[in-house]
Design a protein around this ligand. Structure first.
Ligand code: NDP
Length: 332
Protein backbone atom coordinates (compact mmCIF):
# COMPACT_ATOMS: atom_id res chain seq x y z
CA UNK A 1 0.00 0.00 0.00
CA UNK A 2 1.37 3.44 -0.92
CA UNK A 3 1.46 6.35 1.56
CA UNK A 4 -1.87 8.12 2.08
CA UNK A 5 -2.61 10.87 -0.41
CA UNK A 6 -4.19 14.17 0.65
CA UNK A 7 -7.32 15.23 -1.17
CA UNK A 8 -10.26 17.64 -0.99
CA UNK A 9 -13.78 16.57 -0.16
CA UNK A 10 -17.05 18.41 0.41
CA UNK A 11 -18.00 16.99 3.76
CA UNK A 12 -21.18 17.49 5.75
CA UNK A 13 -20.95 18.04 9.51
CA UNK A 14 -23.75 17.86 12.06
CA UNK A 15 -23.92 20.39 14.89
CA UNK A 16 -26.90 20.66 17.23
CA UNK A 17 -29.23 19.18 14.62
CA UNK A 18 -27.96 21.49 11.85
CA UNK A 19 -26.12 20.15 8.82
CA UNK A 20 -23.52 22.15 6.93
CA UNK A 21 -21.26 21.11 4.08
CA UNK A 22 -17.79 22.54 3.54
CA UNK A 23 -14.58 21.70 1.77
CA UNK A 24 -12.12 19.77 3.90
CA UNK A 25 -8.74 18.13 3.39
CA UNK A 26 -8.71 14.38 4.01
CA UNK A 27 -6.27 11.58 3.26
CA UNK A 28 -6.94 8.31 1.54
CA UNK A 29 -6.45 6.59 4.91
CA UNK A 30 -9.71 8.29 6.01
CA UNK A 31 -11.61 6.30 3.37
CA UNK A 32 -13.39 3.05 4.17
CA UNK A 33 -12.13 -0.44 3.33
CA UNK A 34 -12.50 -1.55 -0.26
CA UNK A 35 -10.38 -3.12 -2.94
CA UNK A 36 -10.40 -0.31 -5.51
CA UNK A 37 -9.18 3.26 -4.89
CA UNK A 38 -10.49 5.69 -7.52
CA UNK A 39 -9.38 9.24 -8.26
CA UNK A 40 -12.72 10.90 -8.97
CA UNK A 41 -12.69 13.67 -11.54
CA UNK A 42 -16.47 14.09 -11.82
CA UNK A 43 -19.63 13.41 -9.88
CA UNK A 44 -23.27 14.19 -10.56
CA UNK A 45 -25.93 15.90 -8.44
CA UNK A 46 -28.98 13.94 -7.38
CA UNK A 47 -31.99 14.53 -5.16
CA UNK A 48 -30.64 11.87 -2.81
CA UNK A 49 -27.42 13.88 -2.37
CA UNK A 50 -29.52 16.83 -1.28
CA UNK A 51 -31.25 14.59 1.27
CA UNK A 52 -27.89 13.30 2.55
CA UNK A 53 -26.47 16.83 2.77
CA UNK A 54 -29.48 18.05 4.76
CA UNK A 55 -29.34 15.34 7.42
CA UNK A 56 -31.93 12.85 6.17
CA UNK A 57 -31.16 9.84 8.36
CA UNK A 58 -33.01 7.53 5.97
CA UNK A 59 -30.18 8.22 3.53
CA UNK A 60 -27.15 8.87 5.79
CA UNK A 61 -27.06 7.58 9.35
CA UNK A 62 -24.01 9.38 10.73
CA UNK A 63 -21.91 12.48 10.11
CA UNK A 64 -19.39 13.84 9.20
CA UNK A 65 -20.07 12.38 5.81
CA UNK A 66 -19.05 12.97 2.18
CA UNK A 67 -22.15 12.69 -0.07
CA UNK A 68 -22.13 11.90 -3.79
CA UNK A 69 -24.00 8.79 -4.96
CA UNK A 70 -22.22 8.98 -8.34
CA UNK A 71 -18.54 9.03 -9.25
CA UNK A 72 -16.41 8.58 -12.33
CA UNK A 73 -12.67 8.53 -12.64
CA UNK A 74 -9.50 6.46 -12.75
CA UNK A 75 -8.48 3.44 -10.67
CA UNK A 76 -5.24 4.35 -8.87
CA UNK A 77 -4.90 1.36 -6.52
CA UNK A 78 -6.42 -2.05 -6.97
CA UNK A 79 -6.35 -5.27 -5.04
CA UNK A 80 -8.04 -7.10 -7.89
CA UNK A 81 -6.86 -8.02 -11.36
CA UNK A 82 -10.27 -7.05 -12.70
CA UNK A 83 -9.50 -3.32 -12.46
CA UNK A 84 -5.83 -2.60 -13.22
CA UNK A 85 -4.60 0.88 -12.29
CA UNK A 86 -5.47 3.33 -15.03
CA UNK A 87 -8.90 1.75 -15.68
CA UNK A 88 -11.62 4.36 -16.25
CA UNK A 89 -14.70 3.44 -14.26
CA UNK A 90 -18.19 4.58 -13.24
CA UNK A 91 -19.63 3.91 -9.78
CA UNK A 92 -23.30 4.62 -9.03
CA UNK A 93 -25.63 3.49 -6.29
CA UNK A 94 -25.17 0.65 -3.82
CA UNK A 95 -23.99 2.41 -0.66
CA UNK A 96 -21.87 5.09 -2.37
CA UNK A 97 -22.58 8.53 -0.92
CA UNK A 98 -25.10 7.14 1.55
CA UNK A 99 -22.99 5.65 4.35
CA UNK A 100 -19.85 5.17 2.25
CA UNK A 101 -17.85 8.33 1.46
CA UNK A 102 -19.04 9.40 -2.00
CA UNK A 103 -18.17 11.27 -5.15
CA UNK A 104 -18.10 14.76 -3.59
CA UNK A 105 -14.57 13.79 -2.57
CA UNK A 106 -11.66 13.59 -4.99
CA UNK A 107 -11.06 9.95 -4.00
CA UNK A 108 -13.36 7.04 -3.14
CA UNK A 109 -12.52 3.49 -2.05
CA UNK A 110 -15.17 0.89 -2.96
CA UNK A 111 -15.65 -2.84 -3.57
CA UNK A 112 -14.55 -3.93 -7.05
CA UNK A 113 -18.04 -5.17 -7.84
CA UNK A 114 -19.50 -1.65 -7.68
CA UNK A 115 -17.47 -0.56 -10.73
CA UNK A 116 -18.60 -0.40 -14.36
CA UNK A 117 -16.09 0.09 -17.19
CA UNK A 118 -16.34 3.45 -18.93
CA UNK A 119 -18.16 2.86 -22.24
CA UNK A 120 -16.02 3.43 -25.36
CA UNK A 121 -16.10 7.04 -26.57
CA UNK A 122 -17.11 8.40 -23.18
CA UNK A 123 -15.11 10.26 -20.58
CA UNK A 124 -15.89 10.76 -16.89
CA UNK A 125 -17.80 13.99 -17.53
CA UNK A 126 -20.07 12.37 -20.12
CA UNK A 127 -20.84 9.53 -17.71
CA UNK A 128 -21.68 11.97 -14.95
CA UNK A 129 -23.99 14.02 -17.18
CA UNK A 130 -26.20 10.91 -17.16
CA UNK A 131 -25.31 9.74 -13.62
CA UNK A 132 -27.84 7.94 -11.45
CA UNK A 133 -30.62 10.20 -12.74
CA UNK A 134 -29.93 9.23 -16.35
CA UNK A 135 -29.56 5.58 -15.41
CA UNK A 136 -32.92 5.76 -13.64
CA UNK A 137 -34.60 7.40 -16.63
CA UNK A 138 -33.16 4.63 -18.80
CA UNK A 139 -34.45 1.93 -16.44
CA UNK A 140 -37.91 3.56 -16.40
CA UNK A 141 -38.03 3.59 -20.19
CA UNK A 142 -36.65 0.04 -20.40
CA UNK A 143 -39.46 -1.20 -18.13
CA UNK A 144 -42.08 0.46 -20.33
CA UNK A 145 -40.55 -1.16 -23.41
CA UNK A 146 -40.43 -4.55 -21.70
CA UNK A 147 -44.16 -4.19 -20.99
CA UNK A 148 -44.71 -3.64 -24.70
CA UNK A 149 -44.96 0.18 -24.88
CA UNK A 150 -44.91 1.40 -28.48
CA UNK A 151 -45.19 4.91 -29.95
CA UNK A 152 -48.37 4.12 -31.90
CA UNK A 153 -50.26 3.42 -28.66
CA UNK A 154 -50.45 7.13 -27.86
CA UNK A 155 -48.91 9.86 -25.78
CA UNK A 156 -46.46 9.19 -22.96
CA UNK A 157 -46.44 11.47 -19.91
CA UNK A 158 -43.32 12.37 -17.92
CA UNK A 159 -43.89 14.02 -14.52
CA UNK A 160 -41.24 16.14 -12.81
CA UNK A 161 -40.16 16.65 -16.39
CA UNK A 162 -37.66 19.46 -15.83
CA UNK A 163 -35.80 17.46 -13.16
CA UNK A 164 -32.68 15.37 -13.58
CA UNK A 165 -34.53 12.08 -14.19
CA UNK A 166 -37.49 13.62 -16.01
CA UNK A 167 -35.46 15.62 -18.52
CA UNK A 168 -33.46 12.55 -19.64
CA UNK A 169 -36.70 10.55 -19.87
CA UNK A 170 -38.21 13.25 -22.11
CA UNK A 171 -35.26 13.22 -24.52
CA UNK A 172 -34.86 9.43 -24.54
CA UNK A 173 -38.56 8.72 -25.17
CA UNK A 174 -38.52 11.30 -27.99
CA UNK A 175 -35.45 9.64 -29.51
CA UNK A 176 -37.33 6.32 -29.43
CA UNK A 177 -40.20 7.87 -31.39
CA UNK A 178 -42.73 8.49 -28.60
CA UNK A 179 -45.02 11.50 -28.47
CA UNK A 180 -44.06 12.95 -25.07
CA UNK A 181 -46.16 15.19 -22.83
CA UNK A 182 -43.96 16.86 -20.23
CA UNK A 183 -45.72 17.62 -16.93
CA UNK A 184 -43.86 20.40 -15.16
CA UNK A 185 -44.38 22.99 -12.45
CA UNK A 186 -41.93 25.37 -14.17
CA UNK A 187 -43.71 27.28 -16.91
CA UNK A 188 -40.43 29.13 -17.50
CA UNK A 189 -38.96 25.81 -18.57
CA UNK A 190 -41.48 24.94 -21.27
CA UNK A 191 -39.19 25.94 -24.15
CA UNK A 192 -36.33 23.81 -22.78
CA UNK A 193 -38.65 20.80 -22.51
CA UNK A 194 -39.84 21.35 -26.07
CA UNK A 195 -36.21 21.59 -27.17
CA UNK A 196 -35.63 18.17 -25.57
CA UNK A 197 -38.46 16.86 -27.74
CA UNK A 198 -41.69 17.17 -25.73
CA UNK A 199 -44.61 17.81 -28.10
CA UNK A 200 -46.65 19.32 -25.30
CA UNK A 201 -45.82 20.83 -21.90
CA UNK A 202 -48.58 20.97 -19.30
CA UNK A 203 -48.62 22.29 -15.73
CA UNK A 204 -48.70 20.20 -12.58
CA UNK A 205 -52.41 21.07 -12.19
CA UNK A 206 -53.00 18.32 -14.78
CA UNK A 207 -52.40 15.96 -11.86
CA UNK A 208 -54.34 17.93 -9.25
CA UNK A 209 -56.32 15.77 -6.83
CA UNK A 210 -59.70 14.61 -8.21
CA UNK A 211 -62.43 12.90 -6.25
CA UNK A 212 -63.33 10.48 -9.08
CA UNK A 213 -61.54 7.11 -8.97
CA UNK A 214 -61.07 7.12 -12.77
CA UNK A 215 -60.98 9.93 -15.35
CA UNK A 216 -60.69 10.04 -19.13
CA UNK A 217 -57.60 8.03 -20.10
CA UNK A 218 -55.34 10.36 -22.06
CA UNK A 219 -51.89 8.77 -21.79
CA UNK A 220 -50.81 5.40 -23.17
CA UNK A 221 -47.90 5.12 -20.73
CA UNK A 222 -45.95 7.30 -18.31
CA UNK A 223 -42.74 7.86 -16.40
CA UNK A 224 -43.47 9.23 -12.93
CA UNK A 225 -40.61 10.80 -10.99
CA UNK A 226 -42.65 12.50 -8.27
CA UNK A 227 -44.83 9.88 -6.48
CA UNK A 228 -47.47 11.00 -3.96
CA UNK A 229 -50.88 12.25 -5.06
CA UNK A 230 -49.73 13.26 -8.60
CA UNK A 231 -48.89 9.58 -9.21
CA UNK A 232 -52.31 8.52 -7.91
CA UNK A 233 -53.90 10.97 -10.40
CA UNK A 234 -51.67 9.83 -13.26
CA UNK A 235 -52.79 6.22 -12.75
CA UNK A 236 -56.40 7.35 -13.31
CA UNK A 237 -55.42 8.88 -16.68
CA UNK A 238 -53.69 5.82 -18.23
CA UNK A 239 -55.29 3.98 -21.12
CA UNK A 240 -56.26 0.31 -20.75
CA UNK A 241 -53.21 -1.94 -20.70
CA UNK A 242 -50.81 0.97 -20.23
CA UNK A 243 -47.94 1.21 -17.76
CA UNK A 244 -46.43 3.75 -15.39
CA UNK A 245 -42.78 3.48 -14.33
CA UNK A 246 -42.46 4.89 -10.84
CA UNK A 247 -39.09 5.93 -9.40
CA UNK A 248 -39.42 9.01 -7.18
CA UNK A 249 -41.00 10.65 -4.17
CA UNK A 250 -40.47 14.40 -4.36
CA UNK A 251 -44.25 14.89 -3.98
CA UNK A 252 -44.33 12.38 -1.12
CA UNK A 253 -43.77 8.70 -0.43
CA UNK A 254 -47.45 7.95 0.21
CA UNK A 255 -49.70 6.57 -2.50
CA UNK A 256 -53.44 6.63 -1.96
CA UNK A 257 -55.27 5.02 -4.82
CA UNK A 258 -58.09 2.62 -5.53
CA UNK A 259 -57.58 -0.65 -7.33
CA UNK A 260 -59.82 0.53 -10.20
CA UNK A 261 -57.07 1.58 -12.66
CA UNK A 262 -55.56 -1.87 -12.16
CA UNK A 263 -58.65 -4.07 -12.29
CA UNK A 264 -60.81 -2.13 -14.76
CA UNK A 265 -58.10 -0.92 -17.13
CA UNK A 266 -55.29 -3.41 -16.53
CA UNK A 267 -52.87 -0.57 -15.80
CA UNK A 268 -49.39 -1.67 -14.66
CA UNK A 269 -47.45 0.17 -11.97
CA UNK A 270 -43.77 -0.62 -12.47
CA UNK A 271 -41.31 0.03 -9.66
CA UNK A 272 -37.83 1.19 -10.64
CA UNK A 273 -34.74 0.92 -8.45
CA UNK A 274 -31.38 2.01 -9.84
CA UNK A 275 -29.39 1.46 -6.65
CA UNK A 276 -29.32 -2.19 -5.62
CA UNK A 277 -30.01 -3.89 -8.97
CA UNK A 278 -27.36 -6.28 -10.36
CA UNK A 279 -24.36 -4.58 -11.94
CA UNK A 280 -25.14 -6.26 -15.29
CA UNK A 281 -28.49 -4.45 -15.48
CA UNK A 282 -26.80 -1.10 -14.88
CA UNK A 283 -24.11 -1.94 -17.42
CA UNK A 284 -26.72 -2.77 -20.09
CA UNK A 285 -28.31 0.68 -19.71
CA UNK A 286 -24.95 2.51 -19.75
CA UNK A 287 -24.06 0.76 -23.01
CA UNK A 288 -27.35 1.89 -24.54
CA UNK A 289 -26.77 5.52 -23.54
CA UNK A 290 -23.32 5.31 -25.11
CA UNK A 291 -24.99 4.00 -28.30
CA UNK A 292 -28.53 4.29 -29.70
CA UNK A 293 -29.94 5.93 -26.59
CA UNK A 294 -27.54 8.89 -26.60
CA UNK A 295 -29.17 12.13 -25.44
CA UNK A 296 -27.10 14.83 -27.17
CA UNK A 297 -29.34 17.68 -26.02
CA UNK A 298 -29.01 16.64 -22.39
CA UNK A 299 -25.25 16.35 -22.89
CA UNK A 300 -25.06 19.82 -24.47
CA UNK A 301 -27.16 21.51 -21.80
CA UNK A 302 -25.50 20.01 -18.69
CA UNK A 303 -24.17 22.56 -16.21
CA UNK A 304 -20.74 22.14 -14.58
CA UNK A 305 -20.09 23.33 -11.06
CA UNK A 306 -17.19 23.19 -8.60
CA UNK A 307 -17.31 22.13 -4.93
CA UNK A 308 -17.85 25.75 -3.87
CA UNK A 309 -21.23 25.76 -5.63
CA UNK A 310 -22.47 22.48 -4.16
CA UNK A 311 -24.31 24.02 -1.22
CA UNK A 312 -26.60 26.24 -3.31
CA UNK A 313 -27.08 23.62 -6.04
CA UNK A 314 -28.18 21.00 -3.49
CA UNK A 315 -30.58 23.43 -1.80
CA UNK A 316 -32.23 24.05 -5.19
CA UNK A 317 -33.02 20.31 -5.38
CA UNK A 318 -34.80 20.40 -2.03
CA UNK A 319 -36.90 23.37 -3.16
CA UNK A 320 -37.83 21.59 -6.45
CA UNK A 321 -36.04 24.40 -8.29
CA UNK A 322 -33.25 22.39 -9.89
CA UNK A 323 -33.48 21.60 -13.57
CA UNK A 324 -31.60 19.43 -16.06
CA UNK A 325 -28.29 17.79 -15.27
CA UNK A 326 -25.67 19.27 -12.95
CA UNK A 327 -22.13 17.83 -12.99
CA UNK A 328 -19.54 18.31 -10.25
CA UNK A 329 -16.09 18.85 -11.77
CA UNK A 330 -13.41 18.42 -9.09
CA UNK A 331 -10.90 20.30 -11.23
CA UNK A 332 -12.85 23.56 -11.10
P1 NDP B 1 -35.03 16.72 -9.32
O1 NDP B 1 -35.18 17.53 -8.09
O2 NDP B 1 -34.00 17.06 -10.33
O3 NDP B 1 -36.41 16.67 -10.12
C1 NDP B 1 -37.64 16.47 -9.50
C2 NDP B 1 -38.65 17.33 -10.23
O4 NDP B 1 -39.94 17.03 -9.70
C3 NDP B 1 -38.49 18.83 -9.99
O5 NDP B 1 -37.55 19.42 -10.84
C4 NDP B 1 -39.88 19.30 -10.29
O6 NDP B 1 -40.04 19.28 -11.70
C5 NDP B 1 -40.76 18.20 -9.74
N1 NDP B 1 -41.22 18.46 -8.37
C6 NDP B 1 -40.51 18.91 -7.33
N2 NDP B 1 -41.26 19.01 -6.22
C7 NDP B 1 -42.49 18.58 -6.58
C8 NDP B 1 -43.73 18.45 -5.89
N3 NDP B 1 -43.84 18.76 -4.60
N4 NDP B 1 -44.80 17.99 -6.56
C9 NDP B 1 -44.70 17.66 -7.87
N5 NDP B 1 -43.56 17.78 -8.59
C10 NDP B 1 -42.47 18.23 -7.95
O7 NDP B 1 -34.87 15.20 -8.83
P2 NDP B 1 -34.41 13.94 -9.69
O8 NDP B 1 -34.96 14.07 -11.04
O9 NDP B 1 -32.96 13.71 -9.51
O10 NDP B 1 -35.13 12.77 -8.91
C11 NDP B 1 -36.55 12.64 -9.00
C12 NDP B 1 -37.00 11.60 -8.00
O11 NDP B 1 -36.51 10.33 -8.37
C13 NDP B 1 -36.51 11.85 -6.57
O12 NDP B 1 -37.53 11.50 -5.65
C14 NDP B 1 -35.35 10.89 -6.41
O13 NDP B 1 -35.12 10.51 -5.09
C15 NDP B 1 -35.86 9.73 -7.26
N6 NDP B 1 -34.82 8.87 -7.75
C16 NDP B 1 -35.01 7.53 -7.60
C17 NDP B 1 -34.09 6.65 -8.05
C18 NDP B 1 -34.37 5.20 -7.94
O14 NDP B 1 -33.44 4.40 -8.06
N7 NDP B 1 -35.61 4.80 -7.76
C19 NDP B 1 -32.82 7.11 -8.63
C20 NDP B 1 -32.76 8.54 -8.87
C21 NDP B 1 -33.73 9.38 -8.40
P3 NDP B 1 -41.09 20.24 -12.46
O15 NDP B 1 -40.85 21.61 -11.90
O16 NDP B 1 -40.72 20.09 -13.89
O17 NDP B 1 -42.47 19.73 -12.13
Amino acid sequence: MTAPTEFKAWRVHEQDGHYQGAEQTLTTSDLPEGNVLIRVSHSSLNYKDALSASGNKGVTRSYPHTPGIDAAGEVVESATGEWPTGSQVIVTGYDLGMNTAGGFGEYIRVPADWCIPMPGGWNARTAMIYGTAGLTAGLCVQKLLTMGARPEQGRVAVSGASGAVGSVAVELLTTLGFDVVAISGKSSHADNLKALGATDVVGRETLAEEKKPLVKPVFANAVDTVGGSPLAELLKQIQPGGSVSCCGLVAGPGLQTTVLPFILRGVNLLGVDSVEIPLAEKHAIWKKFAGDWACPKTEASARDIGRAELDSALKAFLKGESSGKVVLDHRR
